[in-house]
Design a protein around this ligand. Structure first.
Ligand code: ASP
Length: 442
């Protein structure tokens, strides 16, 4: 069928009967919304526990040989209250018995965690009057545990084609030996993307509890504006720097098939949300698309006269990092200086070995490691065309009295990365936001 839309609802969108009703209104209001991917029930209020976490805890008790009856009852209760409040004719008693039995026989942690989406999807399918498709038979991983898109597509596409409307549990698939395997946490986003790929969907709608991505972290800037349209590449840059909402691996299957993603809010379906697209001629609303950053970086600073003329100097430094199993994030350099930015956590316990080895191999004049660096990525596809972007950025930081310790601009001109002291991180982020976004507010 043409114009198929795949819709995924996150845990907060399916946390209780009230949320189920909103989901049904959304799905049934558009016949193109044929395939629904569901998460397990999430938190109903702050301090509540997600069903996935309840399942992990319950299974841990089972493995320790302790009684898990009470813990399991609480899970049954979550589903039964949804079923009762919705007033649907459905009993999960047999399913519960099977799952308890499998727990007692140690069916695996992944199996345990996956039962949240499995049961929730049975309930949602019944409520919507849709088919239920268990991804265990269709979403496949290879022997090494890597997701196998080719095999999955060949199995899932015909199955979807044979169903007019279906609910598919998110978060899991199966291994070649048929045991259940989950994606990492938040993995229902990935399932939605896979189903959109296999269904040749026109769009993948990812319904959550926010109206799309925000230009920057609302914990740093009050009430930041939403991003209306973002490209996959911009999103990757921002996600890498810690901007969350969508699982990182959810991009690949839809990107490969050229399917856009629309992040939407179940509680405010009228909001446009954010469109994630491959390419767009639409310039971003502001010169920048988004700002994201993280604390916890260290810089290895190396100085040596005539470094620029020494063949293989950089390689020798990087070999030391490689030998110690370290990735580097950035490597800004001068004629006689080289700085390598690494994640501070990855340095723990290795600092001395790295210093000793760089000294031994490279004989620098000066070598030191500086900690407490925060990195901020200013990302935007429109920056390339806008003259004076860097000027505005650095004058904003200067006015805010932030000392910029490092600058790195990729040749794609899609982002400018700056390094500042950790204590300046919030001030710097706000200054950049105010410079680019506030004055253009209508
Ligand atoms: N329920 C799983 C989790 O809590 C997967 C998901 O919701 O996407 O991580």
């Amino acid at each position: 069928m043409e114009n198929t839309k795949v819709v995924k609802f996150g845990g907060s969108s399916l946390a209780d009967a009230g949320q189920f009703r909103k989901v049904a209104d959304i799905v049934l209001s558009d016949p193109a919304r044929r395939f629904v991917v569901a998460s397990a029930p999430g938190k109903r209020f702050s301090g509540d526990t997600k069903v996935t976490d309840m399942l992990y805890n319950c299974y841990d008790l089972a493995v320790k040989g302790e009684s898990f009856d009470k813990a399991f009852e609480a899970i049954e209760e979550r589903f039964n209250s949804i079923i009762n409040e919705l007033g649907i004719e459905l009993s999960l008693a047999d399913e519960f018995a099977n799952i308890k039995n499998a727990f007692a026989h140690r069916a695996g942690r992944d199996y345990a965690a996956s039962r949240g989406e499995y049961l929730n999807s049975i309930v949602l399918a019944k409520f919507l009057g849709f088919d239920f498709i268990d991804p265990a038979g269709y979403i496949r991983f290879d022997e090494k545990g890597a997701f196998d898109l080719e095999t999955t597509r060949s199995l899932l596409a015909p199955k979807l084609a044979s169903s007019a409307h279906a609910v598919i549990p998110g978060f899991y698939g199966s291994m070649p030996n048929d045991t259940i395997k989950t994606f990492s946490r938040g993995g229902s986003d990935v399932t939605g993307s896979i189903v959109a790929n296999a269904a040749n969907a026109v769009i993948y709608e990812n319904w959550t509890d926010v109206s799309g991505f925000l230009i920057c972290d609302p914990r740093v800037v009050d009430n930041p504006k939403p991003i209306t349209t973002i490209t996959y590449r911009e999103l990757r840059e921002l996600a890498y720097m810690g901007a969350g909402v969508l699982h990182e691996d959810a991009i690949f299957p839809v990107r490969k098939a050229g399917i856009p993603i629309n992040i939407k809010n179940t509680n405010h379906p009228e909001d446009r949300g954010t469109f994630i697209v491959a390419e767009t001629a639409e310039t971003s609303q502001y010169t920048i698309t988004g700002i994201a950053g993280k604390k916890g970086f260290s810089v290895i600073q190396i100085e040596k006269d005539m470094m620029n003329a020494e063949v293989g100097f950089g390689r020798n430094v990087l070999r030391v990092l490689e030998k110690n199993g370290l990735c580097f994030e950035h490597m800004p350099s001068g004629i006689d200086t080289m700085s390598v930015v690494v994640n501070s956590e990855s340095l723990i316990g290795k600092e001395k070995a790295i210093i000793d080895e760089i000294n031994f191999r490279c004989h620098p004049d000066k070598l030191e490691i500086e900690n407490n660096l925060a990195l901020i990525a200013v990302v935007g596809r429109s920056m390339r065309k806008a003259r004076g972007t860097a000027g505005r950025l650095f004058s904003a930081l200067a006015h805010a009295r932030v000392n910029v310790k490092m600058i790195d601009q990729g040749s794609s001109e899609l982002n400018i990365i700056i390094g500042v002291e950790e204590e300046d991180f919030e001030t710097a982020t706000r200054a950049i936001y105010d410079m680019f976004v506030l004055p253009q507010e209508k």
